[in-house]
Design a protein around this ligand. Structure first.
Ligand code: NI
Length: 179
């Protein structure tokens, strides 16, 4: 187990499309996934994509903390999800604005439009299929992390840069506001 160094904004690994993983059960992939989970929980963060730890591979880890689950949303998965080669299919046209941060863009937070509901698919480290239809915060986290695999950071998804703030100023002035 190891806590990995997180690449920050400006590192080219963050804007490069990541490669598909041929063998999800490969020991190196398992070790990377374990270290990513440890790194994410230590940070702390709710999600982490492999390019953020300098591995240009299509692997993400995330969890959905209970307080972040919206009242109408489906119950979140237990614990941390490790997802290899994920794909996303938006369901419906509805988008919602919500606040996001990123471990690769420390101290900042911004409002980002995302699809409210998505279906996402991939495999776990045993090669077992994961196929979930989710909405709200869960859908937002997965969209943010899968974007990392395509070299896209949340800043590029923002439609109103006046809704970008340092975390401490956000706490003072914006935390009560619905973006
Ligand atoms: Ni991020």
């Amino acid at each position: 187990m190891a806590i990995l160094k997180i690449a920050r904004l400006g590192n080219p690994v963050l804007i490069r499309p990541a490669d598909a993983i041929a063998d999800p059960g490969h020991p190196e992939v398992r070790r990377l996934a374990r270290d990513m989970v440890e790194t994410m929980l230590d940070a702390p963060g709710v999600g982490l994509a492999a390019p953020q730890v300098h591995a240009s591979l299509r692997l993400i880890v995330f969890h959905v903390p209970a307080p972040r689950v919206e009242a109408e949303a489906e119950p979140p998965p237990e614990g941390v999800t490790v997802l290899v080669n994920p794909t996303i299919e938006p369901l419906g046209d509805e988008t919602v604005m919500g606040w996001e941060g990123c471990l690769s863009i420390p101290d900042l937070r911004g409002a980002v439009p995302r699809h409210r509901t998505i279906r996402y698919r991939g495999v776990d480290l045993e090669g077992q299929a994961i196929d979930r239809t989710v909405s709200g915060f869960h859908a937002r986290v997965v969209q943010h992390e899968v974007d990392h695999l395509d070299g896209i950071l949340y800043l590029s998804r923002m439609t109103d840069l006046s809704l970008l703030a340092f975390n401490d100023e956000w706490m003072r002035f914006m935390s009560e506001r619905q973006p």
